[in-house]
Design a protein around this ligand. Sequence first.
Ligand code: ADP
Length: 449
Amino acid sequence: MIGPGVRSFLAAVLPALALIGWFVHRDLIAPGPAVMLVAAIAGGSLYAVRRRVKAEKAALDRLNRMAEEAEAQAEALRYKASVADRIVSSLPDPLLFLDRRRRVVRANRGAERLLDKNLVGRDIGEGLRHPDLLAAVDRALAGQGAQQVEVALPGPPPATFIARIEPVEPPPARRAAEEGGEPDQAVLLVDLQDVTALIRSEQMRVDFVANVSHELRTPLTSLTGFIETLRGPARDDAAARDKFLAIMQEQSERMFRLINDLLSLSRIELDEHSRPTEPVDLAEILEGVRGMLAMKAEQRGAVLTFAPPDEFQPVVRGDADQLTQVFLNLVDNAIKYGGRGTEVSVQVRARDSRRLAVDVRDQGAGIPAEHIPRLTERFYRVDAARSRELGGTGLGLAIVKHIVNRHRGRLSITSREGEGSCFTVTLPLAAEARREAAAPRTPQRRATG
Ligand code: ADP
């Protein structure tokens, strides 16, 4: 077989030789047949050259297509790698990839936030000094498979993680190279799952059940005790019977209040995520609360002062019953914990063009600063005995907090020992009231009492 190179060479040279041959022997060969011969040779050669060009073009096209496919595959791989990269980076759990020498090969943003920005290239023990975790990493590196340990970090703030350590299979080509080469390939994945909130809520659930049981047990014990006394030693003692029955009534009312508060709390929690939509005028709500508590205030010698805003109508989107409950609880507390004969004032003001604030202020003994952040926890009381004596359940502020949350508002507490406390509820104004708060109208009404 003649190769394609030789064929092209012959295609060019043969017609030229034929032409030279005829020129040299032009006295022997007539020009007509010579021209035909040269033309035939040139035609054949041209045909061969064209076929070759065509074949080479087809081969070139094939190569181009293969190159394009390879480029597309490389692009798809690059895209997949960058997606995987972004996923790993944005996963909330701190993730660390380690090589065979326990060095960090890669750390996502969560890990950098939790531990250190410059972890890559360093031993994991430099960022996470936790003996159990390091021992588990060593076990996984020694081929003992996936490991799981609880890791408590002192913080601040303190946090608890479940660390899952999973072996990562390196790709086969790398595996072979790794046998003798430098081990910089990720072989372990350390996933730190934050379980702090989970542990805290489990603890809260356990505490809550214990607290409810305790709160119900105390009045029940007292009721059973009095029933026994009334059926035994005090059976015929009319004076003692009246006294005991009064205490028993008080204890049953306490249990009733507690159960009512527990039921409201669970109802409020159920719809905490659905924002109320009805327009509610807080001036009317506060007027109602004043009516409900007027007698109690009088009994305790407290002076109630209500000041609705002059400049705008305090309308919010809300649940009227729940908002009544909020201010009943706050004003009731102010009456309970405010000193005898002092003033309890409720003032509504525009916080800014979008929000209003209601301040419930008393002149009581105040609250020590260390207790303030915990007051809205269920059953948290500064002085449990005093709260019980005043008929408190320890759930009032927890109820307030949940209702205010449902209304996308905020409860803030300020207090000065010896001077009194101020509980402020901030709520978003309804759209129609926002315009008024932004451009205050001329004072029209003022209702205090
Ligand atoms: P309680 O039924 O005990 O009043 P709350 O949840 O309403 O329960 O309040 C929790 C605790 O917060 C109270 O026991 C009390 O110690 C404290 N507290 C609430 N309001 C006031 C206030 N106005 N002044 C002083 N202490 C208050």
